[in-house]
Design a protein around this ligand. Structure first.
Ligand code: SF4
Ligand code: SF4
Ligand code: SF4
Ligand code: FES
Length: 672
């Protein structure tokens, strides 16, 4: 809904910063789930449209020197609602003569879809606010040219979507983008999976623009262990900036300069590695072109497979099995674990293990850590989970005072790595250096994690040699002509391939917590939970809290996903610690990506809300179907402790399966 009455809201004199006080401007009647969009001068930070809580005060920092007498104008351009309360009502609009009923805040692009017309878009993608920068979605609404991605319907609106004039306009908008683009599709990493390429196909582009005006751009940035930024390809859609700043709350990316000179990247011309970036890869998952992408490690995997002297072992994360099928046309959430094992054998891997086994092992160590602190040193709580490397990186950069609260248990794939190169290597009479271990992850940050600390070489050599994402794995399969659909279901190898339901739900937000609670309950009470389903930690809500009684103690639990949501939780914990008051939570799970690893930065492109939900359901379905639901019931894990590790948190387990953390402050923050 457009609120013209706020057209000149508010004018403020600038001194050090600008503060918007919503109460002052009568915006407090807006409901808490609604979105307020503010237009503002480009040099104000943060630049992009913001999701705001209407009761919040919004403080802008100035990124240029401003005369204190200078005035700026910020104005509220839109308030939209996601819920059934407040301003929601149904209206009717006509799209190319077809009448449809939609909610009053519906964008034209969605109303047209309801009427059966797909309006092309390039900068806009569902789930994040429109930046309205490319112009390919132009339509006529009540005789006016408007952008369908950012314009809300009003009652009685008459919309034309595909007249000759509009088609020509779109074609010209696309030509403008292509004039600034390398247009070298065959050698591009996104060839065949590029939104710009698809749009050119959709609009019937058969000839590239004759003249080209390459924008000035910075060098390709390969400094990060996880990602590559190639500014030549950037179409300035702004999606990555929104995702990094608003959804992840990391503020590693910004738009500098204006118009033709615009550039996307870390502020102060820093490399990604020097910036706040925590390598979650969400920017790469939302980038429509090849301007940000994961560092491809498939060449090393091919080399290992083709070397007859090397024993090539592979493990796959829980979230991969419910997303990989999408690359082969299957519904999100389809569990292709059996087909995946078969495909891995066809690719040439010698042994196939499963990261879900590692998840069970992580739980035994982490739940023991929690149970020990709870029963012996409760003043040291909360314990915070640590299996997400982006989250670890975030903590080390921004909350290092909470390092003592971090679980020291390694993540599941690192645990599998160490066990393969110690326990299993010994069993097989193999030298660890002869083993090449590949992990297939939904995650770009795991590429960093495998070299994060010396602890990742606990076996005496690199525990996990190479990590590839779900996307890289799909590319490998396609290269070898392996179609996942219709393959017979295979099985993983013993002993590091067996897993329980607790291991598989690790891939969804709340899953680590639920799995840990199942085993911590057992450690504290000596009995299994009568009902292992911990419903309040499930679902895609950004922050989930609840209480659970264990042996007479009411445990306060918190689960958060999407790093921007973490600050609120951590600030509460930090405050209690500093003031010496009781901790607000006993046990906290954090996953950097929204929805947990099912929405990881290395999953098939565009993990929209609806897709992440389906993937999570796929994992909970498997948990429901598996007979064993508690990590401590995994027979292979029991055997591992009997034969090798002795018991959870033993001296050897600590040496091989635990890690440590250090403060890694960012030198120049773009928030400064
Ligand atoms: S990887 Fe994550 S933190 Fe780094 S720039 Fe991308 S979105 Fe931001
Ligand atoms: S890097 Fe990608 S997502 Fe970011 S502005 Fe450029 S094209 Fe868009
Ligand atoms: S939530 Fe999962 S996919 Fe995302 S950064 Fe963390 S471990 Fe990686
Ligand atoms: S998709 Fe609407 S302006 Fe780009």
């Amino acid at each position: 809904m457009l609120y013209d009455q706020f057209a000149d809201f508010p004018r403020q004199k600038l001194h050090k910063s600008v503060v918007l006080d919503f109460d002052q401007y009568n915006l407090n009647k807006i409901e808490s789930d609604e979105t307020i969009r503010l237009k503002q001068p480009y040099w104000l930070k943060p630049h992009c449209y913001r999701h705001l809580h209407p009761k919040s005060r919004l403080e802008y920092n100035l990124s240029k020197k401003v005369d204190s007498s200078e005035q700026i104008v910020l104005w509220c351009v839109e308030v939209s609602t996601n819920n059934e309360r407040g301003f929601t009502m149904m209206i009717k609009v006509t799209v190319n003569g077809i009448e449809v009923e939609v909610q009053n805040d519906t964008r034209i692009i969605h109303a047209a879809k309801k009427a059966g017309f797909k309006i092309p878009s390039l900068c806009y993608v569902q789930d994040i606010p429109a930046t309205a920068s490319c112009g390919v979605c132009m339509v006529e609404a009540n005789g006016q040219l408007v952008r369908a991605c950012s314009t809300a319907c009003v009652n009685g609106m008459k919309i034309t979507t595909h007249s000759k004039k509009l088609m020509d306009l779109r074609y010209s908008a696309l030509q403008l983008v292509l004039m600034n683009h390398p247009n070298n599709c065959p050698e591009c990493v996104r060839n065949g999976n590029c939104e710009l390429q698809s749009l050119a196909q959709q609009l019937g582009m058969r000839q590239l623009p004759v003249s080209s005006m390459p924008r000035p751009h910075s060098e390709i940035d390969e400094s990060s262990q996880a990602l590559i930024m190639d500014p030549r390809y950037c179409i300035l859609c702004g999606r990555c900036v929104h995702v990094c700043n608003e959804i992840q709350g990391v503020h590693a990316l910004t738009k500098s300069n204006r118009g033709f000179e615009s550039l996307i990247g870390p502020a102060f011309e820093r490399k990604l590695e020097e910036s706040e970036c925590v390598k979650c890869g969400q920017c790469s998952a939302y980038c429509p072109v090849a301007a940000i992408y994961e560092k491809d490690a498939t060449a090393a995997v091919w080399d290992a497979i083709d070397d007859p002297e090397t024993v090539v072992v592979v493990q796959e994360a829980p979230a991969v099995r419910v997303a990989l099928g999408e690359e082969f046309g299957l519904e999100p959430g389809t569990n292709v674990v059996g087909e995946m094992y078969t495909a891995l054998r066809m690719l040439g891997f010698d042994y196939i293990f499963d990261t879900n086994f590692g998840a069970d092992l992580t739980i035994l160590e982490e739940a023991m850590e929690f149970a020990t602190i709870l029963t012996k040193n409760p003043e040291k709580l909360p314990l915070i989970t640590s299996c997400c490397p982006s989250w670890v990186d975030y903590l080390e950069k921004f909350y290092d005072d909470l390092i003592p609260n971090f679980s020291t248990a390694k993540s599941p794939h690192q645990m599998v790595g160490t066990m393969v190169k110690t326990f299993w290597a010994k069993k097989m009479n193999l030298a660890p250096e002869k083993i090449f271990l590949v992990s297939i992850m939904p995650c770009t940050a795991k590429k960093y994690e495998i070299e994060r600390m010396e602890d990742m070489y606990a076996s005496g050599c690199k525990d996990v040699d190479v990590t590839i994402t779900t996307r890289e794995f799909a590319r490998m399969l396609k290269k070898r002509g392996i179609d996942l659909v219709g393959l017979p279901k295979g099985v993983a190898d013993d002993p590091l391939g067996q897993y329980t339901g607790a291991g598989t739900i690790f891939g969804a937000t709340g899953g680590v917590m639920e799995a840990a609670i199942r085993t911590a309950y057992y450690y504290v009470t000596g009995e299994d939970m009568p009902n292992p389903n911990v419903e309040f930690v499930r679902g895609h809500k950004a922050i989930k809290t609840g209480e659970l009684e264990v042996a007479g103690t009411k445990l306060r639990i918190a689960v958060a996903s999407g790093l921007a949501n973490v600050k609120e939780l951590l600030d509460r914990v930090r405050k209690a610690k500093n003031e010496g008051t009781e901790t607000p939570y006993h046990f906290i799970e954090v996953m950097a990506c929204r929805g947990g690893c099912v929405g990881g930065g290395g999953q098939p492109y565009l993990s929209l809300n609806v897709i992440r939900d389906k993937r999570a359901k796929g994992l909970y379905k498997e948990d429901g179907e598996l007979q064993l639901k508690h990590s401590h019931h995994n027979p292979s894990i029991k055997k591992l402790y009997e034969e090798f590790l002795e018991k959870p948190n033993s001296k050897l387990a600590h040496k091989l399966l635990h890690t440590s953390y250090i403060a890694r402050p960012v030198k120049y923050s773009s928030k400064d």
